[in-house]
Design a protein around this ligand. Structure first.
Ligand SMILES: [Zn+2]
Length: 399
């Protein structure tokens, strides 16, 4: 090729990108996800199945579309999902009645039965498993435990969770626990206690990710100091984009290149929309006003429902989810971004419009292509970053 033609091609490349249609970008995104695999690190189908009928799977065929659920095989396939972490979750209120472990075991039981219920699923316990299962045309299924309260203060329980297939532990959920502070509750320990640090070390030893979604910034810093393996944020955003306390601050993002960890970006409108904090502030004021004027809790609930109808949540957009990814790339680098949507209901009210169910991942990747991300960038975000971090984590466990 003459130098002349090369120069022409180089000059016309940005023009071609600008002219690429939405449909063409979407087709390209789908083709890239075919190669990826796309690994999503958080989906709450197990809890939905327990709420639905106690987790009875008889008569439930996940091989057909269930719009009322947050996942099924045909829609995962349409969305390009190659590996899914199913969440073992029970509310931290169960701490009060010492039922967290009991409820966690119900969740493990449902995950394992749901995986066995379809030939398209197979339980994956390692990065190699994910790639092998993906190559065989099936969806690798992994388990993440969302909340350190479920180990009930016992490293033995943690080891049994690992045996059952768990590959990450989110140190807290919404509430502070006896050994770690949550982002959305009182700051009781200024991060991790000594026992909290021993949980991190045991996770390293076992080969489970330390998951820092939901924890306070101090807990993030403590865990990053103690952990010898890469950490993950299984479903978080960037605090600089939406200052929700549950999102990751810049001084933590800056530590990720050294640690090797990955922030998996979620699609929940509350944690995505930059307009959320202002809306929350106005809602809180409306609620206080209602409480001042009304004694009856029912009347207050009806009043705030009316207020929400008149003042809908700002919702967020696909572009704003991409803004979180842009920011994490800018501060931590392209090797430290992944996807963890956190689908937990039918999706219409909870999730960013346009990313409301598991078929929609390609639309986000098309938006990233529009912003000039390369194929290689997309492959990393989709799953290669997670696989790389997982292999590093597995190596630490071997030692
Ligand atoms: Zn969560």
């Amino acid at each position: 090729m003459t130098r002349h033609i090369v120069a022409l091609l180089v000059l016309s490349a940005p023009l071609a990108a600008a002219q690429e249609t939405d449909a063409a970008r979407l087709a390209r995104a789908r083709a890239i996800l075919e190669r990826a695999p796309l690994i999503d690190t958080h989906n709450d189908l197990p809890s939905m199945l327990i709420e639905r009928n106690g987790g009875d799977l008889a008569g439930l065929d996940l091989g057909v579309v269930h719009p009322e659920l947050c996942a099924d095989v045909p829609r995962l396939r349409e969305g390009g999902v190659g590996a899914q972490y199913w969440s073992v979750f029970t509310d931290s209120a169960n701490m009060k009645t010492n039922r967290s472990l009991h409820e966690a075991l119900r969740e493990f039981d449902v995950v394992r039965r749901l995986v066995r219920s379809r030939p398209e699923f197979e339980l994956a316990r390692s990065a190699d498993d994910i790639e092998r299962i993906r190559r065989s045309g099936r969806i690798a299924s992994l388990i993440g435990v969302e909340g350190g309260h479920m180990i009930e203060g016992s490293l033995a329980v943690l080891r049994i969770f690992h045996e059952l297939g768990a590959r990450y532990l989110t140190l807290t959920h919404w509430d502070t626990i006896e050994w770690a502070d949550a982002a959305t509750d009182r700051n009781e320990h200024e991060g991790l206690t000594e026992f909290g640090e021993s949980v991190v070390r045991e996770l390293n030893r076992l080969g489970m990710f330390v998951d820092l979604s939901h924890v306070s910034a101090e807990t993030m810093h403590d865990a990053l100091r103690v952990s010898r393996a890469p950490v993950i944020f299984s479903h978080s955003g960037a605090r600089a984009v939406d200052p929700h306390p549950r999102n990751v601050p810049d001084d933590v993002l800056q530590l990720l290149p050294k640690n090797g960890g990955v922030v998996h970006v979620n699609f929940i409108k509350e944690f995505v929309s930059p307009a959320d904090p202002e809306w929350q502030r106005r809602r809180k004021a409306a609620l206080e006003e209602l409480h001042a004027g009304l004694d009856d809790e029912k009347a207050v609930a009806a009043g705030i429902a009316d207020w929400e109808k008149a003042n809908p949540h700002p919702g967020g957009t696909i572009a704003e989810v991409a803004d979180h990814i842009d920011h994490i790339r800018k501060v931590a680098g392209i090797d430290h971004v992944g996807i963890g949507a956190d689908f937990y209901d039918a999706g219409t009210t909870s999730m960013v419009p346009g990313l409301n169910d598991v078929t929609r991942y390609p639309y986000l990747f098309a938006e990233l292509l529009r912003r000039g991300y390369t194929d290689d960038d997309l492959l990393k975000i989709a799953g290669r970053n997670h696989l790389r971090a997982m292999r590093q984590m597995e190596k630490v466990a071997e030692r």
